[in-house]
Design a binder for this molecule. Structure first.
Ligand SMILES: Nc1ncnc2c1ncn2[C@@H]1O[C@H](COP(=O)(O)OP(=O)(O)OP(=O)(O)O)[C@@H](O)[C@H]1O
Ligand SMILES: [Mg+2]
Length: 255
């Protein structure tokens, strides 16, 4: 399980628009970026954040620590901003906390990661169909001179089709990936070599460990996927089918 903590104070919204993530303090004296369960995109975004973030960590990449943050009624009640109050009220219970990295800055290309690290990140994004790491939205923070991965809510979008289409691992496995706009495309070494490094590390054990970190209550039943265990298995099978089919999605080596 992810660590469970309780929010003690809502500090500020992070920025306008989007999912309106906020900064909170918690009873472990930490500060977290909070992704709200009551934000428009729903619980699946939180599931993708946990799965892809923890996969990245399991593969040796830097990801801020994730925690489940309990948000209780008094914090919502005493919030003055009406829009924020509505969001907090809609998000009572378990939300996703991402350890706030003080002094980090958004990736701007001035401190590119090592070529192999860049290739590993590009590979992970291609594998998980994460379209959200482009120049317009790098979702990469530089902290202690290293690249830290954030914002994986848009990855694994196949699960948004589960309510109607059911699970179809082969379809996801065959999905192309457009690497042309990826923020690390030009600094990454060979994606094929990254595949050789990382595909063997994507073991059943790692996938089981990572899917087990998602709280049961975030796993919404879909037709044919009624139990949280069947949903965890479906995520694992989707990723296993895709990693076995790199011809469909692995970016080409730059020539
Ligand atoms: N752990 C963190 N530490 C410090 N700053 C963070 C952290 N997580 C996010 N931020 C800052 O907040 C911004 C928004 O976070 P994030 O991208 O996760 O939210 P989002 O709602 O998905 O945004 P968008 O959809 O616009 O990408 C980031 O671009 C970054 O500047
Ligand atoms: Mg973002």
């Amino acid at each position: 399980m992810l660590e469970q903590i309780t929010a003690t104070r809502y500090v500020t919204p992070l920025k306008e628009g989007g999912s309106l993530p906020g900064i909170v303090e918690a009873d472990d004296l930490g500060t977290y970026v909070l992704k709200f369960r009551g934000a428009g995109q729903g619980l699946k975004v939180l599931v993708a954040e946990v799965l892809v973030g923890e996969l990245a960590r399991g593969l040796g990449l830097d990801v801020p620590r994730l925690a489940v943050v309990d948000l209780q009624a008094p914090i919502a009640k005493y919030e003055a901003d009406e829009e924020v109050q509505d969001l907090l009220t809609a998000s009572l219970g378990h939300n996703l906390g991402i350890d706030f990295l003080p002094g980090s800055f958004g990736y701007d290309g001035s401190r590119p990661p090592a070529a192999d690290v860049a290739a590993d990140i590009l590979w992970l994004d291609a594998l998980t169909a994460n379209v959200d790491r482009t120049w317009s939205n790098p979702n990469l923070l530089v902290w202690h001179r290293r690249p830290w991965l954030i914002d994986h809510g848009a990855a694994l979008y196949f699960h948004h089709g589960w309510p109607s289409r059911g699970a179809d691992a082969e379809r996801f496995a065959a999905q192309r990936f457009d690497a042309s706009t990826h923020v690390l495309r030009d600094v990454a070494s060979s994606p094929a070599a990254a595949h050789e490094r990382l595909a063997p590390a994507l073991t059943t054990e790692l996938l089981d460990r990572v899917t087990a970190l998602v709280p049961d209550e975030w796993l919404e039943p879909a037709p044919g996927l009624e139990s949280s265990e069947s949903l965890r298995t479906a995520y694992r099978e989707h990723l296993q089918a895709r990693v076995a089919n790199p011809a469909a999605w692995l970016p080409e080596d730059a020539s």
